[in-house]
Design a protein. Structure first.
Length: 318
């Protein structure tokens, strides 16, 4: 399975948007596009919009386990997954490259269809909310078993898993996860949900009992136990920043949504189903950059896993 793409730029008229043709002889779904005019692309709606559902990803999926072995260069079961492009909106979802290698631990976005919310196949302890299950969505609308398909928004099969954040501790080796669009437009809404890994750690932490009388020792705490120096209770938030070319949109301000917020309620409003997120305030964009911010942090930065899932991105061409 080919996991990389080569692009040929199409000639563009003054009134047409710039587009890419995805050329990959080994990929059945990535066909040349026959027009540079947004209104005639794929299943474009009458208002000039498309909904990116990830259902056309074919075999471009994280696997063969819910860890996503093929998201790393050491994968030996075939070619590494590095990127997928939606051919209706020319939206590029890729794994980030740092220090000459493309690895999911650098941050990035991968298409997935996993939904495992409990230990299965002999796994014990905190397996289902560990990095070994990092590509699973936490969607209580479907079963909790080793499920592939049906856990996306509206019962669809596929969705995207987003990983990565940047702060003062990790800027040297981590990059922001981003969506790049080959033609400018607006994202009016999308749907967002926690991953199983993030949800489980939000609820349970990922620390361990060291056998001493001084209590628990470890990394992340359950967010319900967190109170920071400013007196805020535990939270985990996704910030979305818009860019038109290299210029920030919306005055450089993000549009935000909470994956969990114990300041809002005693239950924390922890996302466990697909939730609509309106990004129209970002305006016309050619790129959306995500960052994850929380207040359970330590010597090496954020302790809570920096993951979330997204689906059904409504993009309207400029």
């Amino acid at each position: 399975m080919k996991k990389t793409f080569r692009y040929l730029a199409l000639a563009v008229m003054a009134t047409a948007a710039a587009v890419l043709t995805a050329c990959n002889a080994d990929s059945e779904w990535a066909q040349p596009l026959d027009s540079a005019t947004p209104e005639t692309r794929g299943d474009v709606q009458p208002n000039g919009s498309v909904v990116i559902t990830f259902e056309d990803a074919g075999d471009y999926l994280a696997g063969p386990t819910s860890y996503g072995d093929n998201l790393y260069s050491a994968y030996e079961g075939g070619e590494q997954y590095t990127m997928w492009m939606d051919v209706d909106a020319y939206a590029i979802f890729s794994i980030n490259e740092n220090y000459g290698t493309t690895e999911f631990w650098n941050g990035g976005i991968a298409v997935s269809d996993w939904c495992i919310r409990r230990n299965v196949d002999g796994n014990t302890k905190d397996w289902w909310y560990s990095y070994l299950n990092q590509c699973s969505v936490y969607n209580v609308s479907v079963g909790a078993d080793a499920r592939r398909g049906g856990a996306g928004y509206g019962g669809s099969d596929n969705f995207a898993v987003v990983y990565g954040y940047v702060d003062e501790y990790n800027a040297a080796y981590m990059s922001y996860p981003e969506i790049s669009f080959e033609a400018p437009g607006t994202v009016s809404d999308l749907w967002i949900c926690n991953t199983a890994y993030t949800y489980g750690v939000i609820m349970n932490g990922n620390h361990w009992d060291d056998g001493e009388d001084d209590g628990w020792t470890g990394t992340a705490r359950p967010l319900k136990e967190v109170v920071d120096e400013q007196g805020r209770k535990g939270y985990l938030r996704v910030d979305a920043y818009g860019f038109y070319g290299d210029e920030p949109t919306n005055g450089g301000e993000p549009v935000s949504i909470y994956l969990a917020d114990y300041n809002a309620s005693a239950a924390g409003n922890v996302l466990d189903t697909w939730t609509e997120w309106n990004l129209s305030a970002l305006g016309t964009v050619s790129k959306i950059r995500f960052n994850i911010v929380g207040n359970d942090s330590g010597e090496y930065g954020l302790n809570t896993p920096a993951y979330f899932c997204l689906d059904n991105i409504r993009f309207t061409f400029e």
